[in-house]
Structures are given as structure tokens and as C-alpha cells.
Design a protein around this ligand. Structure first.
Ligand SMILES: C[S@@+](CC[C@H](N)C(=O)[O-])C[C@H]1O[C@@H](n2cnc3c(N)ncnc32)[C@H](O)[C@@H]1O
Length: 222
């Protein structure tokens, strides 16, 4: 997991208060200590509207420039090829992938899950015209996935951004959410360690995307 400076003590109580007051925040969800970092050097981490906007406009569009389109196209093709009906996007961030999948797969039901209520607000704002998309506030490490019988669980730039044991727990929970023939597809920068493999899954395929800058891993149930 990349390590950024912690959010400053002087800002943290106010950020946590406003995060908990967000309409998107679920009462039972806590923000674990490791999450309270200045992600991508934004002083609020993922815990403000400004931080969600920063991630969306600067990190996703500029730093990840060109990657997102290729990743979204690749995942949409995978979903179409498999006739996927139920997709969950783990750590959906500002909802770019959810939007793209929701538009290209109108028959599919897509759920985006994230720990940041500000990311969820931003994500929801961009899919207003898509009736097949919904979002949920959840800590995937302690809370697992709320959706069952999933055909495709996708995790883009998620596993490499979690503590290692947490990444293992999320992969395990994703395995538990899969229906028959379901798959977990993760996309991460090649330099991030993959999550420890859940006993329920096999790593079926690993293929480079964008000349190996990113790796797409496909996990299937044993
Ligand atoms: C690096 S961003 C990736 C966002 C998006 N998937 C993308 O490709 O742009 C990681 C996202 O995962 C979310 N996240 C991190 N830990 C999480 C957890 N335990 N449960 C749910 N979401 C989490 C963060 O809030 C953030 O939105």
C-alpha cells in the first residue's frame, strides 16, 4: 500500500464529523486508522468534496490519463462476452467505471461500493440518467460485499491501496459474493503486490494492459 502522510490532527475531527453527516454515510460504517491518510497528497485524503473532486479531475483524468478508457473498454468487453447481469465495483471512487459500464450494459445491474461518502456523492451525481446503477457506503474489509450472485466483481486500483491483510479479506468477501461462473477482475499498477489469494479462488489469468503498466488479474471460484 502506498504510504502518504496522515491527515493532520487539526483537520481530522472536522473531516470525520462532516463525513458522518453526509447523506451517503451509513451510520454503522467506521473509518479505519490506515484510511486517514492524505491520499494522493490531498490534505483531506478521501474525506471531503474537494478531495473527491481532486481525485476525479487530477488523479483519474491526468495521472491515469489514457488508462481509464482502455481499462473501462476492456472490462466492458469482458462483461459483454460473458453476458454479465450483475456487477459490483469494489472501491468505485468517483464512479467513472460504473458510469461507463452502466451505459454500455443497460441490461446489467451495477453496484458501486466505496468507503468515502464524498466519492459516492460524486459518483451518484454522474449517473443520474442510468436506472441500472446504485451505490452503497461500506468498508469492504470489515463489511464485505452487500450484493450476492455476482457475475463480475471488479476492483480497479483498489487492492494495491489496501493494507495487505485487508486486501485478502476483500478478495475473500468478493469470492463469497460470486454466483456460479462468476469472476473477480482486478486491475492494478504492475508494481503493486496482489492480494493474498483466498482459498475459495484460483488466479485463472493474468494479463498486461497498456504495455504492462497495468495488470489485469482474473480470479475464478475453485
Ligand atoms: C485509488 S482509488 C480507486 C478508485 C476507482 N476504482 C478508480 O479506478 O479510479 C481507491 C478507492 O477505494 C476506496 N476504498 C479504499 N478502501 C476501501 C474500503 N476498505 N472499503 C471501500 N472502499 C475503499 C477509496 O475510498 C477510493 O475511492
Amino acid at each position: 500500500m502506498p504510504s502518504y502522510p496522515p491527515i493532520k490532527d487539526s483537520r481530522l475531527p472536522g473531516l470525520l464529523r462532516s463525513a458522518r453527516e453526509m447523506p451517503w454515510a451509513h451510520r454503522s460504517v467506521e473509518f479505519p486508522h490506515w484510511y486517514l491518510q492524505q491520499w494522493h497528497f490531498h490534505r483531506d485524503g478521501y474525506l471531503s468534496r474537494a478531495a473527491a473532486r481532486w481525485y476525479d479531475l487530477l488523479i483519474d483524468r491526468l495521472y491515469n490519463a489514457g488508462q481509464a478508457k482502455v481499462v473501462h473498454r476492456t472490462l466492458a468487453r469482458e462483461a459483454q462476452r460473458r453476458g454479465t447481469r450483475r456487477i459490483v465495483d469494489l472501491g468505485c471512487g468517483p464512479g467513472n467505471l460504473v458510469e461507463s459500464l452502466g451505459a454500455s450494459l443497460p441490461e446489467a445491474e451495477i453496484t458501486g461500493i466505496d468507503l468515502s461518502p464524498f466519492m459516492l456523492e460524486r459518483a451518484n451525481g454522474r449517473v443520474a440518467s442510468l436506472p441500472n446503477v446504485r451505490f452503497e457506503h461500506r468498508d469492504l474489509i470489515s463489511g464485505g460485499s452487500p450484493v450476492r450472485d455476482v457475475d463480475m466483481a471488479v476492483a480497479v486500483h483498489l487492492f494495491g491501496h489496501l493494507p495487505r491483510d485487508g486486501a485478502g479479506a476483500v478478495l475473500q468477501a468478493a469470492a463469497g459474493a460470486l454466483g456460479e461462473g462468476g469472476v473477480v477482475l482486478s486491475v492494478d499498477h504492475a508494481w503493486h503486490r496482489p492480494p493474498p489469494l483466498s482459498s475459495a479462488l484460483v488466479l485463472w489469468k493474468r494479463r498486461p494492459v497498456l504495455c504492462g503498466l497495468l495488470l489485469l488479474r482474473e480470479y475464478r471460484l475453485r
